[in-house]
Ligand binder design. Sequence first.
Ligand code: DMJ
Length: 661
Amino acid sequence: MLMRKVPGFVPASPWGLRLPQKFLFLLFLSGLVTLCFGALFLLPHSSRLKRLFLAPRTQQPGLEMVAEIAGHIPAREQEPPPNPAPAVPAPGEDNPSSQASPRRRKGGLRRTRPTGPREEATAVRGHGILASRPGDEGIPFRFDFNAFRSRLRHPVLGTRADESQEPQSRVRAQREKIKEMMQFAWQSYKRYAMGKNELRPLTKDGYEGNMFGGLSGATVIDSLDTLYLMELKEEFQEAKAWVEESFHLNVSGEASLFEVNIRYIGGLLSAFYLTGEEVFRIKAIRLGEKLLPAFNTPTGIPKGVVSFKSGSWGWATAGSSSILAEFGSLHLEFLHLTELSGNQVFAEKASLPPTPSQTAPALPPAEQRDERAAATGFSEVRNIRKVLRNIEKPFGLYPNFLSPVSGNWVQHHVSVGGLGDSFYEYLIKSWLMSGKTDMEAKNMYYEALEAIETYLLNVSPGGLTYIAEWRGGILDHKMGHLACFSGGMIALGAEDAKEEKRAHYRELAAQITKTCHESYARSDTKLGPEAFWFNSGREAVATQLSESYYILRPEVVESYMYLWRQTHDHIYREWGWEVVLALEKYCRTEAGFSGIQDVYSSTPNHDNKQQSFFLAETLKYLYLLFSEDDLLSPEDWVFNTEAHPLPVNHSDSSGRAWGRH
Ligand code: DMJ
């Protein structure tokens, strides 16, 4: 058809549209574009589209985790674990064949390799947490549980040689009795306090306390590995089910970094290494991430309290101090958090060198960081071990309080008991857990022990060897119950001491353990007081009521266990059995075990508390004392300070650690 030129008709555009029509069309087009972009943000699960259209820098790893630590993102720990859990190996089954393999873990915990300095900086600021969460894209993190288990030198539960040789033996009956005590403690807790932190056996209810920042179930987590090794299968499944269904990390209180680390992280790590169950690994790592803000101090020495709500560190004033036993007892657990997450930040915080097989460096080398810190005038020291190694120590001793702001000692109070204890323990155990490669820890341990011997060790007029406390050069001639772990520690360390010192350390360990036994033997209940003195003609007894209580603590039986394994002297089993009988007589109540207020009374009042460490430590060490040495063999395991077993690094010839390929 021919188009005629009609007067008044505006010449057409190539599409033949008039001006108003063009305007309307453009309006429609711009509306459409706006709608499309809006949809990118409004539609659910639009992440793939976002990645297509948005600039890559909005995807920097670390940022989301910063927000999460600051409490801006709802916690994901209530989401189901990323991987279907492998078939549950029942306690007592040593066959790891049902455990998670790397292939199974497809879509599991992953990490993203930082792509440049900018990402690294973000990682450092955001506590180094990369995009390592279930479901994220990235390099799959691999922990080969089967490889780990195949490197163990002994079956986890031992060969049970004595059972086959002496099926009716006395020692077996003793072990069964201790197992019954554990069963009773667990069932009482389950009946009256399941999910609470601890049981109050007199009032038959639960107790939460204020150490765990709102976390619950300390007794469940602390009990897992004890139930497992005692082959209390049903009870173990109950505990595991609670962790899966009810152990929530989205809490907002203020927590003790130390207590959460040794009980919860330690308990979860052990449960994972014993069973291969992913739920324990994931929860341990998630909880570990929540602790990282505590390290955000000028020195890198963490504060004792971390706020789960704000992600800040507690008591941030120049006058407050961090406690040696607390910041010095993180190494074992944090190294394993790195091992199981692939995230270097944990080991970095605890000052341990990267594992040789680390495939993706998450942080720049320490020297570079120091240079960067110096360049910005910010004297940041991130390394706990380094701080402690470099700081001047009075007579080679480590005081109990250090300022995390200035990095200086706050008081010159030295103790191998409360406030100092597990710092020394973690030095020798770091050495052992590293497969005897962590020379720095070894050297620091023996140097510290030398100073302790020179300045703190004493022998009473009655011939009892004890470790006194030191206050700026003046000695308090007392030992706390907590200090009684040192007999076991010195025995453990004796084997790697210089040849000429070994026999001496074995004897020292035996003497200290004997003194601690005396503190039990000299009481009416045959249980030991919280602290005992050597003065005014009194030896190994408490001098006031406020120090006469016993709260089901493990340190004395812990030393019996180590000394038994080292010497096979039956005296340690005899002493351990005395404790079992005393616990039954004075601490067992209708609804669980309770501490007592006065060990010097034959009718002591109960304190109405079944401490979680009674199930984690006291009963575990007693059980081990009456078991074969290859049950949780020291060649394969070290115990954290809450008696949770963590595996020794049996690297292969290429230096690959634990479960690395
Ligand atoms: C436990 O929580 C640990 O053993 C810690 O190291 C010291 N105190 C208690 C047990 O007494």
